[in-house]
Design a protein around this ligand. Structure first.
Ligand SMILES: [Zn+2]
Length: 291
């Protein structure tokens, strides 16, 4: 039986993301839909969100307009689809500090946030560089960094130093340094609570956008291809991909990739009234289905 219920919840999308931005080397191949999702875990008395989306206001609105992010709805609408609300979220694990993963912080008034301390520190360092380096801030809302520090002052932003087992019961985090960002982390959910678990899901954040990043379009003879947007080493990204796949015994469907629409075909899913998809990855004991 599952310890946590797990839902992947689409909250917006980009209708025309360049294919080359998703899988490195796929130039001149047009565009495709890029869903934006966060993932909700409920169990052990906790309501945990993996990344927290973005807020369509101020800088967040500028970023969303720049990237042509459409059909955004606030978390009260999205979480309501699975009988939850933003006020009920106790904790948010941030995989990294890009606007579409972190920009929704202010929408979760009771949550404590968890980020790799080196991730936040690296972005503050980048903010100090000559403005000729501003490409590094392509997907980073500097306003989010200020708000993160404000949350730290209030005791609601906790720094994680590297790999941690049982950040919450059965939930481990692993740092992937110098990859998509300076200190991205991925989240391992051992959903039977066992140390050698037979029921693992790993949430990849942006270390992987698509399943193609894990098999290169060839499932019989897989080839790792890095995501199209990396601020660190692509070699390190491939090693992180290998580590992520090892956590799930190379079962690709157990890698939860928030930007991969194919996830809808791997688990029960439905379309919500706002046109988003909702994927029910696991149900804890006694939890009703919302699909
Ligand atoms: Zn990112």
């Amino acid at each position: 039986m599952s310890d946590y219920s797990i839902w992947m919840l689409e909250f917006a999308w980009v209708p025309d993301a360049p294919t080359s931005s998703l899988v490195y080397g796929r130039h001149n191949l047009g565009t495709e839909k890029l869903p934006y999702c966060y993932t909700l875990l409920r169990g052990h008395g906790k309501t945990i969100l993996l990344d927290c989306g973005v807020n369509y206001t101020s800088h967040g609105k500028e970023f969303m307009d720049r990237f042509n992010v459409q059909n955004w709805f606030p978390p009260e609408d999205i979480l309501n689809e699975v009988g939850c609300s933003p006020e009920l979220v106790t904790d948010v694990i941030l995989t990294h500090a890009h606007f579409d993963h972190m920009g929704g912080m202010e929408l979760f008034p009771n949550a404590t946030f968890h980020i790799q301390q080196d991730e936040l520190a690296a972005w503050v360092s980048i903010m100090l560089l000559d403005r000729r380096f501003r490409w590094l801030l392509t997907a980073t809302d500097t306003g989010d960094m200020l708000y993160a520090v404000q949350l730290a002052r209030e005791g609601r932003m906790r720094g994680i130093d590297g790999n941690v087992d049982n950040l919450f019961p059965g939930i481990d985090v692993r740092v992937a340094r110098d990859t998509h960002t300076a200190a991205s982390q991925y989240v391992i959910i051992r959903n039977d609570g066992k140390i050698s678990s037979d029921d693992v899901y790993t949430y990849a954040g942006d270390l992987l956008y698509r399943h193609d990043n894990m098999h290169g379009g060839n499932r019989e003879d897989p080839l790792y291809l890095p995501v199209g947007l990396a601020f660190g080493s692509q070699t390190n990204l491939l090693f992180a991909t290998h580590e992520i796949l090892k956590t799930v015994n190379f079962e690709i469907e157990r890698v939860l990739t928030p930007h991969e629409p194919e996830m809808t075909k791997m688990y029960p899913s439905r379309t919500t009234k706002n046109g988003h998809y909702l994927i029910e990855v696991a149900l804890a004991e006694g939890q009703q289905s919302y699909v």
